[in-house]
Design a binder for this molecule. Structure first.
Ligand SMILES: NC(=O)c1ccc[n+]([C@@H]2O[C@H](COP(=O)([O-])OP(=O)(O)OC[C@H]3O[C@@H](n4cnc5c(N)ncnc54)[C@H](OP(=O)(O)O)[C@@H]3O)[C@@H](O)[C@H]2O)c1
Length: 334
């Protein structure tokens, strides 16, 4: 397994991480046995970075990861790094109702996560979205205290902009910024990515397949469960979807010429954007995982990259990456 290091102070991880969200939430029905099998297959293949959030299925995802890790040899478990997001507040009905980044809340969230994961430390801990009511210095400062106490190893951030990166990095070493980055979500390239690089902060990229939209497997007319985020995502609606799938068709031509899949091309493109970027793959089935891992074998040369740029130029996607009210919560979009 190839490796990359997260920023100048973060851990070394496998070049691809496994994002576990879809195994518990946001993408419709889940399959517990297949999720555990996928986690085991990833660990066996040498994937060492597992990403979760305490709010993914309201604890379900952490319990799932804890169970999967109890089922692997000790040597494999020791290599696994768990990245946890916290801070999202939920209602009984499951709606998202805000964020809590107060120091006492940070420590409370961490105590529950450690219990659910069945571990004595979290490898990377980060608030999922900035709490607008709490200065980032206070939230990061609370995680730094958890680091000092040995409960957390590294501090991460999620979906914050360049100013917040600077403010956070002035408080404590930051290993990585988790943020959406793909062929059709390139917003970080102007300011956020250069700032992260200047500060020695790595990137863990999510939505590398735009939640399946640019995987090559998305079918027009796919029926989505009421709890599938993609049913509300602007990019998956009506004319936007038609436009975006036309981009995928253009990408498919390039993939076919290279004898690889569309998903592999999309992942390889993110891998090509810098050694400081670790894509989080949202596979929740073993076949999808195997396809995604195949991207590590692909080299995109200058001609390939130019052809991809012509097929999917920056800003080509139709529709925002989140519904309007969620876009408004993104510090990274200000
Ligand atoms: N920090 C944040 O704000 C944030 C936000 C979102 C996610 N994340 C993290 O990032 C991880 C990845 O995000 P994501 O799930 O949106 O990313 P993604 O990798 O863009 O999308 C994953 C979805 O793509 C589809 N897919 C089709 N072919 C695939 C293949 N070969 N490999 C993997 N997936 C394939 C699957 O959908 P079907 O199974 O339905 O076909 C899968 O659930 C999440 O699990 C989570 O840990 C972080």
């Amino acid at each position: 397994m190839q490796t990359r290091t997260l920023g100048t102070t973060g851990p070394q991880t496998s070049v691809l991480g496994l994002g576990c969200m879809g195994m518990s939430a946001l993408y419709g029905d889940t399959d517990r046995a297949e999720s555990i099998a996928t986690l085991h297959a990833a660990l066996e293949a040498g994937v060492t970075l597992l990403d979760t959030g305490d709010f993914y299925g309201m604890g379900h995802n952490e319990l799932l990861i804890g169970e999967a890790l109890r089922g692997v040899p000790a040597a494999t478990r020791e290599k696994a790094l768990i990245s946890v997001k916290f801070g999202a507040l939920r209602t009984v009905e499951g709606a998202f109702s805000g964020y809590d980044g107060r120091p006492e809340a940070v420590k409370n969230f961490a105590a529950y996560s450690l219990q659910r994961l069945g571990t004595d430390h979290i490898d990377i801990y980060r608030i999922a979205r900035l709490d607008p009511a709490v200065p980032i210095e206070e939230t990061v400062g609370a995680i730094a205290e958890l680091v000092e106490a040995g409960h957390v190893r590294h501090i991460g951030l999620s979906e914050v902009g360049a100013d917040s990166l600077r403010r956070a990095a002035a408080v404590a070493p930051i290993s990585d910024l988790q943020i959406e980055y793909s062929l059709i979500s390139r917003g970080i390239e102007d300011e956020i990515l250069p700032t992260a690089r200047e500060l020695g902060i790595g990137i863990t990229a999510y939505g590398v397949l735009a939640r399946g939209l640019i995987s090559g497997h998305w079918q027009r007319g796919r029926t989505l469960a009421a709890n599938d985020f993609r049913g509300m995502s602007p990019r998956f609606q009506g004319e936007n979807l038609d436009h975006n799938l036309d981009l995928v068709d253009a990408l498919r031509e390039i993939a076919e010429q290279k004898g690889v899949s569309v998903a592999q091309t999309s992942i390889a493109w993110v891998l090509s954007r810098g050694e400081d970027i670790v894509p989080l793959i949202g596979a929740r089935r073993r076949d999808r995982l195997a396809e995604a891992l195949g991207a590590m074998e692909i080299t995109l040369d200058a001609d390939d990259l130019a052809a991809i740029e012509r097929a999917v130029p920056a800003g080509a996607a139709a529709g925002d990456r989140y519904p309007a009210e969620q876009m408004a919560r993104l510090d990274s979009e200000r």
